[in-house]
Design a protein around this ligand. Structure first.
Ligand code: PXL
Length: 282
């Protein structure tokens, strides 16, 4: 029997509004991966589209959790960081990598900072600097176009984009030290949108697109990243994993559009999990 893989997600707990751990845990679990949680903050909801949400910073608690885990001698096949929310928390992730990374640990950083050319609430330039360095330590990063351009200190522009422009962004980002990049929000026309993957080791580049569904669907970055990691940990190639993540995200969005639910509460990904499990061959 192949030993079960173990991942840890370093992410916030937004109690309501499917994103962060309420997406990462179910998706990774469905993909057969044991998943631990190092929580960064506890919120009533995510910060997009809600006002007066509660927010409890857990930076100090993170140190205590790390200390306990270190005493247990537990290791991880994958470390996946998502929403961090402060420079101090980026530092905690660096510490976590220093302690828990061994030769076989795969590091995925989703540099969650913003979307549609704008920062999410509370992010700063100093945060971008820290995130740039953290990205340099990752095996794979999963920015959207907005985050990629923040990292490169370039001005945001709306799509459609040319393939050359997308390739150039990814190549430039790889100069920070991370060799595999999956860029979301890629579009070459107004009809389709998806993701491109780039491996700087061999120059391989592919794009996978799906029909664009109008509207803003919260949490889809987390759905995409969690699915990508699930596929990679199930030994799918970078290109296969990118396609699986594009399709899963698209199918979840279609379900949500058809159900006409309030998109602030995230997308209906749960009912797509059986199809994902089949696609992963589990
Ligand atoms: O899905 C990204 C995300 C995660 N966590 C929190 C957020 C957001 C985006 O707004 O606010 C708390």
């Amino acid at each position: 029997m192949i030993p079960q893989k173990r991942a840890v997600t370093i992410n916030d707990i937004s109690g309501m509004g499917r994103c962060s751990v309420t997406v990462a845990c179910p998706v990774l679990s469905a993909a057969g991966i044991e998943t631990s949680v190092l929580p960064t903050a506890l919120l009533s909801t995510h910060t997009g589209g809600f006002s007066e949400y509660s927010f409890l910073d857990l930076t100090d608690e993170m140190s205590k959790i790390m200390k306990h885990w270190q005493s247990l001698g537990r290791t991880f096949d994958a470390i996946y960081s998502g929403y961090l929310g402060s420079v101090a928390q980026i530092e905690k992730v660096n510490e976590f990598i220093d302690i828990f990374k061994d030769d076989n640990t795969f590091i995925m950083v989703d540099p969650v900072m913003g979307d549609a050319g704008r920062f999410y609430a509370g992010f700063t330039e100093e945060y971008i600097d820290g995130m740039r360095k953290l990205c340099g330590r990752a095996d794979i990063i999963v920015p959207n176009i907005t985050e990629a351009l923040f990292l490169l200190n370039k001005e945001y522009k709306d799509g459609p984009y040319t393939e050359e422009y997308i390739k150039e962004i990814m190549k430039e980002i790889s100069s920070f030290g991370c060799k595999r990049i999956v860029l979301t929000g890629v579009c070459f026309d107004n009809e389709n949108v998806g993701a491109s993957c780039f491996d700087a080791e061999n120059g391989a580049f592919s794009t996978f697109l799906a029909p664009r569904i109008e509207g803003f669907y919260h949490g889809t970055g987390d759905v995409f990243a969690s699915t990508l990691l699930s596929a990679l940990l199930n030994n799918k190639t970078l290109a296969e994993s990118t396609k699986i993540a594009v399709d899963f995200t698209e199918d979840s969005i279609i379900r949500t559009r058809n159900a006409k639910t309030d998109t602030r509460y995230g997308v209906i990904f749960e009912q797509e999990l059986p199809a994902l499990v089949r696609k992963l061959g589990l």
